[in-house]
Design a protein around this ligand. Structure first.
Ligand SMILES: Nc1ncnc2c1ncn2[C@@H]1O[C@H](COP(=O)(O)OP(=O)(O)OP(=O)(O)O)[C@@H](O)[C@H]1O
Ligand SMILES: Cc1ncc(CO)c(N)n1
Length: 487
């Protein structure tokens, strides 16, 4: 690869520029690639719908494909609208001859209106083409057609259907949650464990953007995945970045004022509005729901008003001791990776404090008993931290919620302190202004790392932070469910 991924879109046109090859070329450029396009169909469409489709003779499709591949080394291909079985055959033959290293298939089969766009022969041919792709990106309706089952009504049903499609084709599936109801808009990769990680599913959460301007999101997501993968990202990393970028493009869509129907998204929003908000403010706000979940969970409420049962608290502390021992290793790693002496010293001091605290918890609450085995929520959290240490920025982002969420809770719960509060020492430790200052420094360091990071790296930092915050919530929920004395 030359460094700049050369990405070919094979798709139909949209003269209003929101979908098809136009969306693909904008996406490829926005994410750092060099875009090329072979036209399968000329489509007279706008933001309100499709009027007419003109399909050039298949011989001319072959001529276009060969014109590109005879001359250019192609790093990735994104395939969109293919009108009939003959066209699909031509693309399959060409793929077999040229064998591009990354092939992403967006199986455009069902119109937004729900109408089937392809005849039965073409649907069969497209199922065959799925087996030749590295990634296939169906929406819920297309997943139903490809698996021959009713349209999934819930995310779990959709994951099941995606698993089926993966099993029948051997191809990695990107399941899109755009057509689900509700405030969330998750996507997931479903495929082999070596490609997507434990359980064969890698879910990337997302908030639904309140806009009707979603025209071309499917085209844009699939070409984003092709570009990012060709640029060297793993499939899960590509999805994290693609989704962060696409969510931003949706958030800026209403400002475009293109058309009177379902308008396009703003592919170039990152050029127009370079990130001017602090990274920390962005991720803190994005974690608002998780933070509210922590404040409202039974454990934290009981900790605040002192009604928490002692055995539940002790179980939590024993887990926290296990957690802190591992956490200290990650802080020491941040110290090893730090770009300045100040930051190196800060993380080394933090590692030392975590270890001192671990020892204190052990001696205060375990009375010489064997340390507790780590509970699933503890292992899940520390596994995530270990997996997030590929770069300094990502590691700093992953360790930050442990500072910030505790300092925030400590500050909030300080008002509840009184001399006979059963958990006064816990409240004192995390409400300590020195801990708030250490947290502020960790936030400053993370913002500096985000400022120096590429957009891709920044997306990985945000994802690492988001996941750690979720692990904090699960860590607080675990004692209520698991403490053996309550079983
Ligand atoms: N309102 C929204 N807010 C946030 N993300 C969204 C929204 N709508 C769609 N997406 C995202 O856009 C991508 C495309 O999803 P969708 O399920 O809509 O595919 P599609 O139907 O193929 O798209 P298209 O509308 O282009 O045909 C997914 O990443 C999905 O999560
Ligand atoms: C050319 C083309 N491809 C895909 C879609 C789906 O958004 C569209 N509207 N037009």
């Amino acid at each position: 690869m030359s460094g700049i991924p050369r990405v070919l879109s094979i798709a139909g046109t949209d003269p209003t520029g929101g979908a098809g090859i136009h969306a693909d070329l904008k996406t490829i450029g926005a994410l750092g690639g060099y875009g090329m396009a072979v036209v399968t169909a000329l489509v007279a469409q706008n933001t309100r719908g499709v009027r007419e489709v003109h399909v050039p003779p298949v011989g001319f499709l072959t001529a276009q494909l060969d014109a590109v591949s005879d001359d250019v080394e192609i790093d990735a291909v994104k395939i969109g609208m293919l009108q009939d079985a003959a066209i699909i055959e031509v693309v399959r033959d060409w793929l077999a001859r040229v064998r591009p290293p990354v092939v992403v298939l967006d199986p455009v089969m069902v119109a937004t209106s729900g109408d089937r766009l392809l005849d039965a022969a073409a649907e069969d041919a497209l199922r065959g083409l799925c087996t030749d792709a590295d990634l296939v990106t169906p929406n819920l309706a297309e997943l139903a057609v490809l698996t021959g089952r009713p349209v999934a009504a819930t995310w779990d049903e959709a994951l099941d259907a995606a698993r089926r499609l993966h099993e029948s084709t051997g191809t990695l599936v990107l399941l899109k949650g755009g057509h689900l109801d509700g405030a969330d808009c998750p996507d997931a990769l479903v495929g082999p464990v070596p490609l997507v990680g434990p359980g064969g599913v890698h879910e990337v959460a997302g908030a639904r953007v309140a806009t009707r301007n979603t025209h071309g999101t499917g085209c844009s997501l699939s070409s984003a995945m092709a570009t990012l993968r060709a640029g060297g990202a793993s499939w899960p990393d590509a999805l994290v970045r693609a989704k962060q970028w696409l969510t931003g493009a949706l958030a800026h869509a209403d400002a475009l004022h293109v058309g009177r129907g379902n308008g396009p998204v703003d592919h170039f929003h990152e050029l127009r509005a370079p990130a001017d908000r602090a990274w920390s403010a962005e991720v803190w706000d994005a974690a608002a729901a998780v933070r509210a979940g922590i404040e409202e969970c039974a454990f934290v409420r009981g900790l605040g008003d002192g009604s928490l049962e002692r055995d539940v608290f002790t179980w939590y502390l024993a887990q926290d001791a296990r957690y802190l021992g591992e956490y200290a290793r990650l802080l020491a790693r941040a110290s090893a990776l730090a770009p300045t002496a100040d930051e190196q010293a800060f993380w080394a001091r933090s590692a030392q404090s975590a270890l001192v605290e671990e020892q204190r918890l052990h001696s205060a609450h375990l009375d010489g008993r064997r340390p507790a085995d780590p509970a699933p929520a503890t292992t899940a959290y520390t596994d995530h931290l270990h997996a997030s240490g590929r770069t300094y920025g990502e590691l700093v982002a992953a360790v930050l919620p442990c500072f910030w969420i505790y300092a925030d809770l400590g500050t909030r719960l300080t008002a509840a302190r009184h001399e006979t509060h059963p958990y006064d020492d816990w409240l004192a430790a995390y409400g300590d202004p020195a801990f708030a200052e250490a947290t502020a420094q960790a936030v400053r360091i993370a913002d500096a790392a985000a400022g120096a990071a590429s957009a891709h790296e920044r997306a990985r930092m945000s994802e690492a932070f988001r996941r750690s915050a979720e692990h904090e919530l699960r860590f607080f929920e675990a004692p209520m469910a698991l403490v053996p004395a309550r079983a």
